[in-house]
Design a protein around this ligand. Structure first.
Ligand SMILES: [Cu+2]
Length: 122
């Protein structure tokens, strides 16, 4: 029975490729960092730069909510609307979202007229 060692090797090699593929996909998800507060500030950054345009796809969004008076919400195309960090909350919220092409606006629900930013997904 010389076939068994070869078969076992093939199974192990295949598993290793699948695991490597899965972790490569995961680490490729870009992370957007958002903040609201302190004071009347709100932001969204990718690699330290304010987000102005993004490629459509899946993004991890981490919001650092630094003020109970403020929140962090995101509106987008096709009625997309998510309150990612609600107004009374202070702390960190993390979501993974699939962003489709269109115009997006992030804002504080309590001060939407002046605490907001916009970006485009292409
Ligand atoms: Cu606010």
């Amino acid at each position: 029975m010389r076939k068994y060692p070869i078969l076992l090797f093939v199974v192990i090699a295949t598993s290793a490729v699948l695991v490597a593929g899965a972790s490569a996909t995961r680490s490729a998800t870009p992370t957007l960092i958002g903040t609201d507060g302190p004071a009347y500030t709100i932001s969204l950054k990718l690699n330290g730069k304010a987000v102005k345009s993004l490629k459509a796809g899946t993004y991890k969004i981490v919001i650092h909510d630094k003020a109970s008076a403020h929140g962090w919400s995101l509106d987008g195309p096709h009625g997309f609307a998510r309150d990612i960090s609600p107004v009374p909350f202070i702390g960190t919220k993390t979501v993974t979202l699939k962003l489709k092409a269109g115009s997006y606006k992030f804002y504080c629900p309590s001060h939407e007229s002046f605490m907001f930013g916009r970006f485009t997904v292409k």
